[in-house]
Write a protein that binds this ligand. Structure first.
Ligand SMILES: *Cc1c(COP(=O)(O)O)cnc(C)c1O
Length: 408
């Protein structure tokens, strides 16, 4: 197969080629005014992104990791707290928790959606936490007060927020959404009988504009969204050395601003995001169709009726993941693994003293997932070829976990 026929896992060149004139214009505008930090380009993006997320506020920051850290700090998480999240996410989720001074604690994911399992969250709060004499909820595992929960909208699909918000309310927990992969994803609340955008349901939410995300900067970038004006103001202080007025520092903050050029670039790209997300959904539906006959040999993404996912990634499962990736590589097709090792098994978190077997679903899923090429510019012909190779491989393989109980 010649190089020109290769299908990359991700194509970041094509979308930037299409937008080159508009993006260059942003750079000229910044050069002409030397407005590099703060100013109208930042405020315009914040307004537009808040409108996109249907929140009243957004604050542009230097990365998704900073967005999550600032969101946690501004929503009231205190040093010494415990914050609950999933072990099956990118490490930035737990880095942000640690950097806010809190300790991450894990609850396992749902086998079909790969997101926080609300039943397991409830069980954890009921059986692994207890109220102390002052009424504070204390984790038995760490002895720390549990103050927040961070559901991650993985692969571009919202976690089951009705249930999570209910449980959080019952236990007095702050909810901060990790929406870093979910720009524009939607969730249908059965409770409120309407659709919600990712990033509009918790106290605050964090988005990443890392280049490969559904909305990506030409560099590092992120944003916090919230419906709480005070919280937004706090994030804006945290990102700018704790000051709301130059050289008057209310708190000790950080250098976590997003520069004007990146804001201008993101504003240009934001106009294309609804179309790009629609194209991702179409491509996901096309993969679903192409794989429809594969039976139990490959596991497909599951989109509940209450979800409109934006397919940051299209992830399938197979009993022989390394085999499938090697087969695809030989056919000139790129693939990824998101994520091969759950966080509780990472060396970085040995001190948390979790063991293999603590989160069986995350562990099983982490051993079986393969992310296939997924981007708005992916052509029907490319998708047909990807599917052909996946199916060719799958038919050679004996299903392992996915067809458990089946005898041959
Ligand atoms: C990308 C990502 C982040 C971090 O975003 P950065 O902009 O890279 O700091 C956090 N959480 C999740 C789930 C992500 O995918």
């Amino acid at each position: 197969m010649s190089g020109s026929h290769n299908i990359p896992f991700l194509d970041l060149v094509a979308p930037h080629r299409e937008l080159k004139a508009e993006l260059t214009e942003v750079f000229h505008r910044a050069l002409d005014t030397a407005g590099f930090i703060g100013g109208p380009m930042v405020e315009e993006l914040e307004k537009a992104f808040a409108a996109f997320c249907t929140t009243s506020h957004s604050a542009a920051v230097s990365s998704g990791t900073d967005a999550l850290r600032f969101a946690l700090m501004a929503s009231g998480v205190q040093p010494g707290d415990a914050v609950i999240t999933v072990p099956y996410t990118f490490i930035a989720t737990t880095e942000a928790i640690s950097q806010s001074g809190a300790l991450p604690e894990f609850v396992d994911i749902d086998e079909r959606t790969y997101n926080l399992d609300p039943q397991k969250l409830r069980a954890y709060l009921q059986t692994r936490c207890a109220k102390d004499s002052s009424g504070k909820l204390i984790s038995r595992r760490s002895g720390r007060p549990v103050s927040a929960v961070v559901p991650v909208h993985l692969y571009g699909q919202c976690a089951d927020m009705d249930a999570i918000l209910d449980i959080a309310k019952q236990y007095g927990l702050i909810v901060v959404e990790d929406a870093c992969q979910a720009h524009g994803a939607e969730y249908f609340s059965r409770k409120q009988n309407r659709w919600f955008k990712a990033g509009s349901m918790g106290r605050a939410a964090a988005f990443s504009f890392y280049p490969g995300k559904n909305l990506g900067a030409c560099g590092e970038a992120g944003a916090v969204t919230t419906n709480d004006a005070e919280l937004a103001a706090k994030v804006k202080m945290l990102r700018d050395h704790g000051q709301a007025r130059k050289y008057y520092h209310e708190i000790e903050g950080y250098n976590g601003r997003l520069d004007a050029i990146q804001c201008g670039i993101l504003h240009v790209k934001l106009r294309h995001l609804p179309k790009w997300n629609e194209q991702r959904r179409e491509r996901a539906a096309e993969y679903d169709r192409l794989f429809a006959g594969a039976g139990s040999t490959i596991g497909l993404p599951f989109e509940p009726s209450w979800s409109r996912a934006v397919y940051h990634l299209y992830v399938v499962r197979t009993g022989d993941r390394e085999g499938m990736i090697a087969h695809l590589a030989k056919a000139g097709i790129g693939a990824g693994i998101h994520y091969p090792v759950p966080l509780h098994s990472q060396n970085a978190y040995r001190a948390l003293k979790y063991s293999q077997g603590d989160f069986p679903v995350a562990e099983r899923v982490a051993g079986e997932v393969v992310s296939l090429p997924m981007y708005p510019q992916l052509t029907a012909e490319q998708q047909r070829r990807v599917a052909e190779e996946v199916l060719r491989f799958a038919r050679l393989e004996t299903p392992v976990t996915l067809a458990a109980g089946e005898s041959h």
